[in-house]
Design a binder for this molecule. Structure first.
Ligand code: BGP
Length: 473
């Protein structure tokens, strides 16, 4: 169905950008911070990790948001952000993860960030755990494989809600929780290499995270009924490569693997297809009665990242898509980014409808954007990047969000990924840039860290000021 209606977003729609502590803060050993898994992952999700932090790891300094947050937040305010998504580095609050008492210096840093956001009238949207498990928890407990992590996470969230609950009204429990099946170290702090990890251990880790997430929701609601807690998942519409029923079935199975997490988050129990999968694959999970009770604390909203769609097929001779961790095969109808991520704006409308139809919970797009190589040039004596490719990517995706809104989907807001250039999660490069703001830092670590407004900076500002009316179909 096509339409020529104007692009309309609801009043109060939240506009902003999204980041993660380990990709922007730097200062990896300052303010009493302990090491996180990211400090020993100089290659992103590509193995191997190192034993200790090495200078080639760009995340150690990242873009120095730790010292430059005021300047950066002022730039976000200049674009008119009404929301900023960022994560709290667990290892700043509990350096090892298993201490009794939190690190006051770490807590004070986020007080300052929140003060700055408040000053500009920007609502915080906080991710509690974004791919940055304290390293000690990975090495000593094998991350989320251990049930002990639920208790450590509970202690951490109690501290966060107590300290910031009066000023942070929207929280996300785990970034892209459904990625744990594909990237166990990055996502679940699981130190055992993936090829040596038994499926039971992997699903047990996922279960512990689901319980911890529901527990956080319970604690949040007890702390203050105004606090809203969302889950955060990778959204990836999957199309059959051909209309063959076997391909359609392959899509259903892949969907189940992705959607199981948000099914549990929104319905409070494991769906039948998951129980069948466990039963038939010798996956024996330790799920206690108390766990079942905790899981009934369902989320208030569902948030997700959206970068690409995939195709699935039952044909084993077709190879997996390049550069994505979720498997699948490339779609012959779609172009791809320089990193092989296939670009599919319509898929965003599809997934918004799918999620709304399935769960009926408000949705929040908390990541979407184009990673591209940018060139700093001088226009009228001002250094900038003429990033028409990024403008066109975002424009086309946002038009599809408006389409979904017109379909009746409740969408709370949109935070583009990386409003300021940051270190890539999958490749640990600086050159995979997403920002409206260019940061002078290169893959070899050189650069002044000076910030420059790209062409997309003014463009996004206008989109926000017009509440989407300036978008073009
Ligand atoms: C998501 C992660 C982010 C982010 C983004 C872009 O999976 O939640 O942390 O980095 O992807 O990916 P990349 O940085 O690999 O381009």
């Amino acid at each position: 169905m096509t339409t020529s209606n104007p692009v309309v977003f609801p009043d109060g729609f939240l506009w902003g950008g999204a980041t993660a502590a380990n990709q922007i803060e730097g200062a990896y050993d300052q303010g009493g911070k302990g090491l996180s898994i990211q400090d020993v992952m100089p290659n992103g999700i590509v193995a191997p990790r190192t034993e200790v932090p090495t200078p080639d790891n760009l995340k150690l300094e990242a873009i120095d948001f730790y010292h430059r947050y005021a300047e950066d937040i002022a730039l976000f305010a200049e674009m008119g952000f009404s929301v900023f998504r960022f994560s709290i580095a667990w290892s700043r609050i509990f350096p090892n993860g298993d201490e009794e008492a939190p690190n006051e210096e770490g807590l004070a840093f986020y007080d300052r960030v929140l003060d700055e956001l408040e000053k500009h009238g920007i609502e915080p949207l906080v991710t509690i755990s974004h791919y940055e498990t304290p390293l000690h928890l990975a090495e000593t407990y094998d991350g989320w494989v251990s049930r002990d992590l639920i208790g450590f996470y509970e202690r951490y969230v109690r501290v966060l809600f107590e300290r910031y609950g009066h000023r942070v009204k929207r929280w996300l429990t785990f970034n892209e929780i459904n990625s744990v099946l594909h990237a166990p170290l990055l996502s679940g702090g699981i130190n055992t290499p993936k090829d040596r990890l038994a499926p039971s251990a992997l699903f047990q880790a996922a279960h512990h995270e689901l319980v911890a997430s529901a527990l956080a929701t319970k604690i949040a609601h007890e702390t203050d009924p105004d606090i809203q807690v969302g889950c955060m998942v990778i959204a990836m519409p999957i199309y059959p490569l051909t209309p063959a029923p076997a391909d359609v079935l392959a899509v259903m199975n892949a969907d189940h693997a992705n959607l199981m997490f948000s099914d549990v988050h929104t319905r409070g129990a494991y769906p039948g297809y998951a129980l069948r999968y466990f039963r038939e694959n010798d996956i024996e999970l330790d799920i206690t009665d108390e766990d079942r009770e905790i899981l009934t604390n369902t989320v208030d909203f569902v948030s997700f990242s959206y970068y690409m769609s995939l195709c699935e097929t039952a044909d084993p001779t077709k190879s997996a898509g390049e550069g994505n961790i979720m498997g699948g095969v490339p779609n012959p109808h779609l172009p791809a980014s320089e990193w092989g991520w296939q670009i599919d704006p319509v898929g965003l409308r599809v997934v918004l409808n799918q999620f709304w139809d399935r769960w009926g919970k408000p949705l929040f797009i908390v990541e979407n954007g184009l990673g591209a190589k940018d060139r700093l040039v001088e226009v009228d004596g001002v250094k900038t990047v003429v990033d028409d490719y990024r403008i066109s990517y975002l424009n086309d995706h946002l038009v599809q969000v408006a389409e979904a809104v017109a379909d009746g989907v409740q969408v709370l807001g949109y935070t583009s990924w990386g409003p300021i250039d940051l270190v890539s999660a999958s490749t640990a490069q600086m050159s995979k840039r997403y920002g409206f703001i260019y940061v002078d830092r290169d893959d070899d670590g050189s650069g002044t860290l000076t910030r420059y407004r790209k062409k997309s900076f003014d463009w996004y500002g206008e989109v926000i000021r017009s509440n989407g009316a300036s978008l073009t179909r």
